[in-house]
Design a protein around this ligand. Structure first.
Ligand SMILES: *Cc1c(COP(=O)(O)O)cnc(C)c1O
Length: 345
């Protein structure tokens, strides 16, 4: 908690355009701390997308609330507003759970549909917790990712758009009271100091070392984000037209942070063929995510799955992500494209 941590928080809050930034140990803690600050717990329903990294669901279970699993859109990969509305209704009809929070995830860096989600959230008095672990640097309308809900969280794990050299996370909010509770929770529920403990918190600090690294990386972040936009466009140009492969859709009214460049193959068989060809040419590729939340063994007895999540299942059987970072060059992109071209033809 050295001075670099404070300076970083000030800078991050400015960049995102919110009043308060509270850093913490990682992106999973960030989610859990917000739920704790909002006093979400047993008996509460928290709506999450089926197609996400496990941490989104895990944080909900850690506070004793019930994750309610919502299907996603095939083109956005993100929480579907229509599916959310349906799941809220079913939760009210079929359970005693109280709908409290929705956690849209900006998957692969792509902002979720906040217009649709806000409308439903406001109607049903749900708070919005934006999981922007992959979305730092994205925009939606005039706003930045992390500023799109009542609170937003991000992760500085090295694989994320703004990565440190280990674990780190941050929470963003305009609410002063929430920020002040979060500052207490991350240091053992401290009151006037850390030996005055006024609530049960945890130990989740961002290391000063990581804050110092993030300060340097923030200097080049805007340039890196521009490069990501250009490289994603180059990939799409090189890959569109390949039979059986669908490139990520363009976003209306915003931009992706391009944490990943994720292709949807028309079949599992075609995905396997593409990934095998890439591997044979020493090009890494990976499946984010092979198992949707509704099929995760750990959530079997903990989650409520009100509707079938067919789209999420469809995606988990067909997507794969190809190499992506701001320092790719034209030649890298052409090489990946030509291997995929051969694989599909
Ligand atoms: C990485 C990630 C997290 C968790 O972040 P950590 O810093 O690894 O704890 C949460 N949600 C999503 C969507 C993520 O991708």
């Amino acid at each position: 908690m050295g001075s670099d941590v404070k300076n970083l928080e000030t800078r991050l809050a400015e960049q995102v355009g919110v009043n308060f930034c509270v850093t913490c140990g990682n992106g999973t803690d960030a989610l859990r701390l917000v739920l704790q600050a909002w006093q979400v717990g047993p008996g509460d329903a928290v709506f999450i997308p089926d197609f996400t990294f496990f941490a989104t669901a895990e944080a909900v279970c850690q506070v004793g609330a019930t994750p309610v699993i919502v299907d996603v859109g095939a083109d956005s990969f993100n929480l579907s507003a229509a599916s959310l509305a349906l799941c809220i209704e079913k939760t009210k009809q079929e359970t005693n759970l109280v709908p409290k929070v929705v956690i849209p995830v900006d998957l692969f860096g792509r902002p979720a549909d906040y217009h649709g989600i806000r409308e439903i959230a406001h109607r049903d008095h749900l708070r919005i917790l934006e999981d922007a672990a992959q979305g730092f640097g994205a925009t939606f309308g005039d706003s930045s990712a992390c500023a799109l809900g009542d609170a937003g969280t991000t992760s500085f794990f090295p694989a994320k758009p703004l990565g440190c050299y280990g674990d780190g996370g941050a929470i963003f909010t305009d609410n002063e009271q929430t920020a002040s509770i979060l500052r207490s929770l991350r240091v053992h529920g401290k009151g006037s100091d850390k030996y005055d403990n006024i609530r049960i918190g945890t130990n989740s600090r961002l290391d000063t070392l990581q804050a110092a690294i993030l300060m340097v990386k923030l200097d080049i972040f805007v340039v890196e984000m521009e490069k990501r936009q250009a490289l994603a466009a180059q990939y799409t140009k090189a890959l569109s037209g390949l039979p059986g492969l669908k490139c990520p859709d363009r976003i209306q009214n915003g931009r992706s942070a391009w944490a990943q460049y994720t292709i949807t193959a028309e079949s599992t068989e075609l995905r396997n063929r593409c990934m095998k060809s890439l591997a044979e040419n020493d090009i890494p590729s990976i499946i984010y995510y092979r198992t949707p939340m509704h099929a995760q063994p750990a959530l079997k007895d903990l989650a409520f799955v009100p509707i079938r999540c067919d789209t999420s299942k469809y995606l988990s059987e067909r997507v794969f992500s190809i190499p992506f970072h701001p320092y790719l060059d034209e030649e890298d992109i052409q090489r990946v494209a030509s291997v995929l071209q051969n694989a599909v033809s």
